[in-house]
Design a binder for this molecule. Sequence first.
Ligand code: PMV
Length: 327
Amino acid sequence: MSSAGAVAHPNIALAKYWGKQPVAGNYPAVPSLSLTLAGLSTRTRVTFDAALDADVLELGGRVVSAAEAARAVALLDRVRAASGERRRARVVTDNDFPTASGLASSASGFAALAVAAVRAAGLDWDAARSSDLARSASASAARSLFGGWVELPAPPAREGTFLPAAPLAPPAHMDVAMLVCVTTEAEKAVGSTEGMQRTSASSPFHAAWLELAPRVFADLRAAVLARDVERVGTLAEKSAFAMHAAALAAGVSYLRDATWAGIARVRELRARGRAAWATMDAGPHVKVLVSTADADAVAAAMREVPGVLRVLVARPGPGATLSEEVR
Ligand code: PMV
């Protein structure tokens, strides 16, 4: 048997990825920029074992169906093709936060899987190669290979184009935190891939999104490099609302009553001088970018929002790493 363990953390996009290029291989249509979070983790162990006749994926103590495991199996197939490893794998993975509800579990999940699978297969790849591998399963996962502020460009691609994310600035670059306001423990109804497909197929605002997103990304990137928290927050809200507006116009709605109540609370807090900005992904949770100085006060106010179940305070965190402590 050959085995390796890895730990990865979710990331939250401030400039959102939404939409794929019309080529095989899972290439984003727009560039994105994210912050990797500390505290929340996915731990994954991959073991290639000659006794197995199929890959087995155990998520949170439960063996998942073949349909649910398909993207992980495709990633393992790529690792087998690159390494000559022929054995099937047992993948044991655990998250310490809700899965598949827009809390970026696919980001940390595929990042940890990529790092562990590459090592278990005996490959000695750098983070960029593992990031490209993770991207082929989930584009947001490419960003979790790196810590802190991370960008994933979206140059025109063909099947097989090498496209990893890249670190832009380390975790300590800006004095901010991300408040993850959990509004449900349930899984999301519409996965991000389906939501993107429906948006590109039928949203009247899809073209506007494709035109806007690269500009918001470029402005946000400059604001991050300038450590301009106010501008980073303002542009992050703009990106999130534009993404959700494009999806909504295709009938794809991830935002619930608790989400809107959370957004309203963030606006009130800002009107009272707090540095706080909201962003939402393919689920109903509200993530609030805050200055460290305002984190406790804003977290306390968000805990009072009807429908917010709990608030996790996450500092900027590190990239994915191998870990022998993962069992
Ligand atoms: O990479 P996926 O398939 O998990 O899609 C992620 C999409 C968003 O979370 C909504 C935006 C992003 O850039 O992370």
